[in-house]
Ligand binder design. Structure first.
Ligand code: PLP
Length: 362
């Protein structure tokens, strides 16, 4: 018997959240982002759900050609697959063309790969423009030239123009409007499609929706904006990280618990030990008091998170016992709350769920 921890993936919630994207951005097509193993949820499961759903995603996006190949080999029916950062090396172009992946071009070198290709394949290209993120993307000043050259490539069938927003999670930040203005000032041909919105902009900025929206985190049921909860946005958690109590013990007033003896009992306390630690992806920096659900009731984390275990104060659960159910985050406890308590974002928490945690599809 392995340790009782597992990540339960709620496929219906993923379908529900995809529908929520459609509700928010009725007129846009959806490029569903499933990079980083679908934000830790399992890339094949996610690709399958997003492809098979009646009104599935219009395309799916990954960060590398390996992820694209994994999906391409696993699924016979799937929407087009987009390489969000394009190809990293020239020798990835042949496979990209063979498998008909669409690809981002964010750098002149990637344009040259296409120009120097002898293949005339109907590739769909996403031209990424830097509007202020200053990470990937060609400069607006170079746009007209590169856009024209791309359209002239034999290997290129069509071009969609995209950019990425830096501050859309903070709805008060004026950066989004400045980036939008820059994006609007690009002189694209009338038939050219455009894409700007990530999850945060999908829920908060209809003026950024354009032809394609690119949801990531909201598909997985976490809130993309600081001022609204997932519940308020009617997004459903797609992962429940579940485990069990593996020990229950009494500690006397004045005794300590865990590494560093950082937590000291103020009174006689019942401590529960949960089979879940940073080796499973639980954040080591979760602060004392971070909520954990034991038998559906909130109890506070005490002491340091260890590799395989955490400890909780069971004083409000006097009858709790070995084998009782624990939820670390999921349907009843938002991963957003755990992220706040660990001083990070849900993206990181979800992506860090370790390989050793078994995934169970629900
Ligand atoms: C990851 C990514 C997204 C999705 O962002 P979320 O904040 O998770 O919605 C969208 N577009 C690009 C280019 C990305 O890299």
């Amino acid at each position: 018997m392995s340790r009782p921890i597992r990540a339960v993936i709620h496929t219906q919630s993923l379908q529900h959240n995809l529908q929520r994207v459609r509700d928010f951005a009725k007129d846009a097509k959806i490029l569903a982002v499933i990079k980083a193993d679908a934000y830790g949820h399992g890339i094949i499961t996610a690709a399958e759900v997003l492809s098979n759903t009646q009104k599935g995603a219009d395309a799916i996006a990954v960060a590398s050609i390996d992820e694209a190949i994994t999906i391409d080999d696993a699924l016979s029916e799937k929407p087009p697959i987009c390489l969000l950062e394009g190809i990293f090396k020239r020798d990835e172009l042949a496979e990209t063309i063979k498998r008909r992946f669409s690809l981002v071009v964010h750098h002149i070198e990637q344009l040259e790969f296409l120009e120097n290709s002898s293949v005339s394949a109907p590739l769909h290209v996403w031209l990424k423009v830097n509007t202020g993120m200053n990470r990937l993307g060609i400069n607006p000043a170079d746009f007209e030239n590169i856009y024209r050259r791309l359209n002239g490539c034999d290997a290129v069938a069509s071009v969609t123009v995209l950019s990425h927003l830096a501050c859309a999670d903070d709805t008060q930040d004026s950066m989004t409007s400045r980036q939008l203005k820059k994006f609007m000032s690009l002189s694209v041909q009338a038939e050219t499609k455009r894409s700007l919105a990530n999850s945060a902009a999908i829920v908060s900025r209809p003026d950024t929706h354009f032809d394609w929206v690119r949801p990531g985190i909201m598909l997985y049921g976490s809130s993309p904006v600081q001022d609204k909860s997932a519940k308020e946005l009617d997004l459903a958690p797609v992962m429940t990280l579940a485990s069990e109590l593996v020990a229950v013990r009494s500690v006397k007033k004045g005794e300590t618990v865990g590494y560093g003896a950082t937590w000291k009992a103020k009174n006689n306390t019942t401590i529960g030990v949960v089979a879940c630690g940073y080796g499973d992806g639980y954040p080591r920096h979760a602060s004392p008091g971070t909520p954990v659900l034991v038998n559906g009731e909130r109890v506070p984390l005490v002491g340091r998170v260890s590799m395989d275990m955490i400890t909780v104060d069971l004083n409000n659960q006097p009858n709790a016992n070995i084998g009782d159910t624990v939820e670390l985050w999921g349907k009843e406890l938002s991963v957003d709350e755990i992220a706040k308590n660990a001083n990070t974002i849900s993206y990181e928490i979800l992506c860090q769920v370790a390989q050793r945690v078994l995934k169970e599809v629900d």
